[in-house]
Design a protein around this ligand. Sequence first.
Ligand SMILES: C[S@@+](CC[C@H](N)C(=O)[O-])C[C@H]1O[C@@H](n2cnc3c(N)ncnc32)[C@H](O)[C@@H]1O
Length: 400
Amino acid sequence: MNPKAHEPDSLPVPEPIALAQSEALAATLRAEIAAAGGWLPFDRYMERALYAPGLGYYGGGARKFGLFADDGSDFVTAPELSPLFAATLARAVGEALAASGTHRLMEFGAGTGRLAAGLMLALDAAGVAFDSYAIVDLSGELRERQRKTIVQLAPALLSRVTWLDALPAQFEGVVIGNEVLDAMPVRLFSRKDAVWHERGVSANAEGAFVFSDQPANSGRDANWPESALAGVEGSEDYVTETHEAALAFTRTVCAMLQRGAAFFIDYGFPRHEYYHAQRAQGTLMCHYRHRAHGNPFLYPGLQDITAHVEFTGIAEAGVEAGADLLGYTTQARFLMNAGITDVLSEIDPHDAQRFLPAANAVQKLVSESEMGELFKVIAFSRGIDETIAAFARGDRSHTL
Ligand SMILES: C[S@@+](CC[C@H](N)C(=O)[O-])C[C@H]1O[C@@H](n2cnc3c(N)ncnc32)[C@H](O)[C@@H]1O
């Protein structure tokens, strides 16, 4: 999920039925803004735009994941790009299951279900015993797609899959979340003339959504993220995000994890890089039909809205909740350590039809200029004494 930035004006126009759905969501947002006195914090706008039941991007019926704009999709993720991603991640997951003596899996935000199917197939083929694969997703529509994918790709394993409506208080096993943290609502902040403001959303006289900044001493001051914003050097104009929802999620998952490991894969940086003076525009990004742009008010509910992950905060949140930091490294290093080239070598190189696309996908997953460096893997553990092979070389925990 990392296409080049485009001007919103050049994006394809949605079908009338999709536009009507977007307008229905916009009407509820306008009403909420009015009821709140004319200003809504950005995280609330983002939460509704992505997760409003039936109307939000994940809450509604948008196609979302796929390889091409022509199929109506908006972005591609690693499990969609190639089954080799799941097959390689399965090696690390299998090692964590063995090291912790646990037999259960739990995936957050399982998308189309391809990662679930691929992980289960690879674990099963490797003789790794697991009793259950629980999926937690905020999107009801995606649950149905996940079930169909698993029926199609791994029918014999469907009986081990369950969909959870609520998290258990305790879990022993391995947790996985690919590109989940980046899909959580963020608050926006802007520094103007050396003064920090919270950036929220208002509606103008025509009803269009516009950014609107409130100074520090109004609104939600009790929750003002002092430490993150104080870390931004200089006094130039600057826009950035804070990630309360992702931090709360990490705390919850790590408190739930009594034994085992949790792997989160996503794009982002450690805090010192995230809040670097030069990252003055922040990382908020929207995806529509495989084009990236920066306008979150375009077609609410029809486009994805994301922000990069601030991994130092995620590491702190997990450790605060009682987990150990198992490792933090780039996706490239993680996949190479876990043996993605061995997984690739299982495909006959003379079978060009299978081998070439697979080799091409591996290149995308590990290349520095594609997903290899920007995407990171962070993992927490409980009850695992030694590190696992996927973090054995090139661990970057010290950079957090
Ligand atoms: C960008 S998609 C990634 C999907 C899939 N993991 C993949 O890599 O193709 C983000 C997913 O995270 C889910 N999600 C976001 N917040 C969540 C939460 N708190 N609990 C469970 N799922 C969540 C969304 O519903 C969506 O399915």
